[in-house]
Design a protein around this ligand. Structure first.
Ligand code: KG4
Ligand code: ZN
Length: 350
């Protein structure tokens, strides 16, 4: 089954064709980074307009790369319907629904957070729940135990800024540009992670995270010590974020007795987080799955991958469904009422 996945929730216009939820046949990502960089962050209206201009060429290229001459050769069309920027989401969802309507193919709406989680299967088809998953992006920081397909136990999330947001805000303050995560990651490689002892908020308090105090601590420190090397601040800040993320991921895996750790979302591209989580997994005898960088940040393949599982469980989405800018990851209490997991859904449901 070949599914076209479309992603326009923020500042990437992306489309991909994925076969059977696992094999990526094509993946095209057009980044708007240059468009938003002068403003130091994503400008929603500019993002929507750019998505409108880019969506058709990006979809065409994804189909062409996958060797699909006519969209009718696909088996379904999927789009991310939330969470994200309303105007941006509308572009991808409208494009997918238009394609579904004109070809008669089923339309599938996909939760962006669930898609980040399913990016794992695109590289590691044999991944088996239970998994302890950390999804850390510009908008979210979630610690989830995936007990089965479609069954998520929420362990913790951020009470203020998302981890990626903290990277972006600190980078902006340090004059490192946008997006901040990759800039801090690069500079931190030359700095001393022990130079400044930044706070590790809520380290011993359950599984929730807080990053806004850390951001303030960075600002206060730099204002007080104007001679401090920016690379040392970057490395010490990164270490504080990574410390908390790694410690809580391991603790959640312990509690849930999950033998496998998975990272997802843009912050999962962070080199220090990847190496710390890999070390921690090794030390605790766990498997770890770190998606390749292109599958950590937003892309269409993760949407098409998650759509395959969702289609098997829920069937097609009606074409009158809209966008859901504040959508959350469906956790077990909500999913439980459906009384079945994605795995047990049969192909007849289609
Ligand atoms: O998942 P994503 O592409 O979009 C959202 O759903 O938000 O994540 C983007 C976030 C940005 O905050 C960016 O700064 C961060 O991921 N990011 C990183 C790295 N690469 C991207 N953060 C830390 N280190 C990186 N190497
Ligand atoms: Zn994302």
């Amino acid at each position: 089954m070949r599914i076209l996945g479309i992603e326009t929730s923020c500042d990437e216009t992306a489309a991909a064709v994925v076969e059977d939820g696992r094999q990526v046949r094509s993946s095209v990502v057009s980044s708007q980074v240059k468009l938003h960089a002068p403003y130091g962050g994503v400008v929603p209206e500019l993002a929507s307009r750019a998505h409108v201009e880019l969506i058709n060429p990006v979809v065409d290229e994804a189909l062409m790369e996958a060797g699909i001459l006519d969209a009718g050769e696909l088996d379904a069309v999927a789009a991310c319907h939330g969470p994200g920027l309303a105007g941006a989401l509308l572009v991808g969802v409208s494009a997918a629904k238009a394609l579904a309507l004109s070809t008669g193919l089923p339309y599938v709406q996909v939760n962006h957070l669930e898609a980040h989680l399913y990016a794992g299967w695109l590289e590691e088809p044999d991944l088996e729940p239970p998994l302890a998953v950390l999804i850390a992006s510009g908008g979210h920081t979630l610690l989830v135990v995936m007990e089965d397909h479609g069954r998520y136990r929420m362990m913790g999330q951020t009470v203020d800024d998302a981890a990626g947001e903290a990277f972006d805000k600190v980078a902006r303050f340090l004059g490192l540009g946008y997006p901040g995560g990759p800039a801090i990651d690069r500079l931190a490689a030359e700095g001393d992670p022990d130079a400044v002892a930044f706070p590790r908020a809520m380290l011993d308090e359950g599984y929730d995270f807080s990053f806004s105090g850390l951001k303030t601590a960075v600002v206060n420190h730099v204002r007080k010590h104007s001679d401090v090397a920016t690379r040392d601040v970057a490395a010490s800040f990164q270490e504080a974020v990574v410390d908390v993320l790694t410690t809580k991921l391991l603790a959640a895996a312990d509690e849930a007795e999950a033998p496998t750790l998975v990272l997802g979302g843009g912050v999962a591209a962070n080199s220090r987080l990847r190496s710390r989580v890999a070390e921690a997994a090794k030390a605790s005898g766990r498997r770890v799955f770190l998606p390749p960088l292109a599958l950590c940040t937003d892309n269409g393949a993760m949407i098409a991958g998650a759509a395959w599982w969702r289609l098997r469980a829920d069937g097609p989405t009606p074409l009158d469904a809209g966008v859901a800018p504040s959508l959350a990851l469906p956790t077990i209490s909500e999913v439980g009422v459906r009384r079945r997991s994605l795995r047990s859904a049969s192909a007849d449901d289609l």
